[in-house]
Design a protein around this ligand. Sequence first.
Ligand code: NI
Length: 267
Amino acid sequence: MNLETTLQKLWTGYSDLNPSAHKIHSLLENQGERIINDHIAFRTYDIDGINIDALASIFIKMGYEAKGEYSFEKKKLRARHYEHKSDNLAPKVFISELITGDFSKEVQEIAAMVARKTLESLNNEDELIFAGTPWHPLSYKVYKKLLGESEYAAWMYVWGFRANHFTIFINHLKKYTTIEDLNEYLKSAGFSLNISGGEIKGSREQLLQQSSTLADIVEVEFDEGLYSIPCCYYEFAQRYEDKTGNLYNGFIAKSADKIFESTDSRE
Ligand code: NI
């Protein structure tokens, strides 16, 4: 599978599940915008076979290389971002993983079960980024247990291997030239933005500004019945040039930390 087909398949899975992402994408396209993705993101647990390295391998095969590393002490996560070696317009890939060793034995056992069932379900390691949740049926009790320790761990259990978010690269929009303009438009169109850490994360001085919608709430079937759970969000990024005139391509850990909260439970 080439990069374009891979990205299209990820987008279809993501936009089918998240009506807001689909709507925002269409609203902008109908205004003549051609949407370029700044980055797409994945979440996982740090278990061999499903960790950052495992998710990255398909992208490495398609011409990507590892770039920045990030750590999120409070949320007990680490992350790495990847860039395509030759295609400037290819989205960056941001992959994070939960440091399961820092959590309870139950969390570690659930993560191990997720890894085992996922690896059993794959015909080929390149399918991992599309694997979803091959550990069905989901247990609401397990979800609540994970939620008590980590929002991230709980999200991963319910939604699994799929794009956690796509990100509109504001630099490439024609009508909305600043993140402020785009945010105002999205709010006027009725979308809720994540305001944790402020509506706009990062600054011009940091060379990256980001905002995001709050994740859509989607009904999920658990063993115990149907429950409404936050799914995925849509992110927006504006990048600036450094003193040497190069567009900054990295990420700001402090901003990413707040963006993660776009999928927080709103009970
Ligand atoms: Ni992001």
